[in-house]
Design a protein around this ligand. Structure first.
Ligand code: APR
Length: 177
């Protein structure tokens, strides 16, 4: 466990659908109508109420986030964040990925949520290079803590060993553990 200005940061290797936090973040697409990867896992584990609410929302621009129930999962809410498809790095992908994390945290704060779990957004089907995505994710979270506060615990939930090791190395160096 790491701390940054009294906020606890955790690294977890596993399935984000099992996290008992206020909100888990989904790596969604613009339609919010589900898909594979973590999106598929969340809809499968949470059940149809999530999709029903997503249909009413009617989509989400890249870099933004929307909130629904978590249905049958142990978390209270799902924050559906839409990361960018990686197209080589010259189409503002870094700013869009940063915004997806930052806007998820802003939405959590609006709902007065204290604990949030993130997957490695855009690093699967959307092809974002894992190392750069990890840096952006951690920077967005630390910037939010500096500027906005309100969050008490942030979990980075990594499905694969590769991402886990990356996040561990980055957090060790940034928080000089
Ligand atoms: N828990 C945590 N992380 C997971 C899980 C899970 N159950 N399943 C997959 N992951 C990880 C992947 O290993 C990857 O590192 O989530 C990360 C993001 O991968 P994707 O789910 O493919 O998401 P992304 O790259 O953002 O692509 C989004 O894929 O599933 C579709 O509908 C989704 O169109 C959207 C696109």
């Amino acid at each position: 466990m790491y701390t940054y200005k009294d906020v606890k940061l955790y690294l977890v290797q596993g399935d984000i659908t099992t996290m008992a936090v206020d909100a888990i973040v989904n790596a969604a697409n613009n339609t919010l109508l589900g898909g594979g990867g973590v999106d598929g896992a969340i809809h499968r584990a949470g059940g149809p109420t999530i999709l029903e609410q997503c249909k009413k929302i009617g989509g989400c621009p890249t870099g933004e986030a929307r909130i629904t129930t978590a249905g049958n999962m142990p978390s209270k809410y799902v924050i559906h964040a839409v990361g960018p498809v990686y197209k080589g790095g010259n189409k503002n992908e870094d700013k869009l990925l940063y915004s997806a994390y930052y806007n998820s945290l802003k939405l959590a704060k609006e709902y007065n949520l204290k604990t949030i779990a993130f997957p490695a957004i855009s690093t699967g089907a959307y092809g974002y290079p894992k190392d750069e995505a990890c840096h952006i994710a951690i920077k967005a979270v630390m910037d939010f803590i500096d500027k906005e506060g309100g969050i008490e615990e942030v979990y980075f939930v990594l499905f694969g060993q590769d991402n886990y090791t990356l996040y561990e190395e980055k957090l060790n160096s940034k928080l000089n553990k």
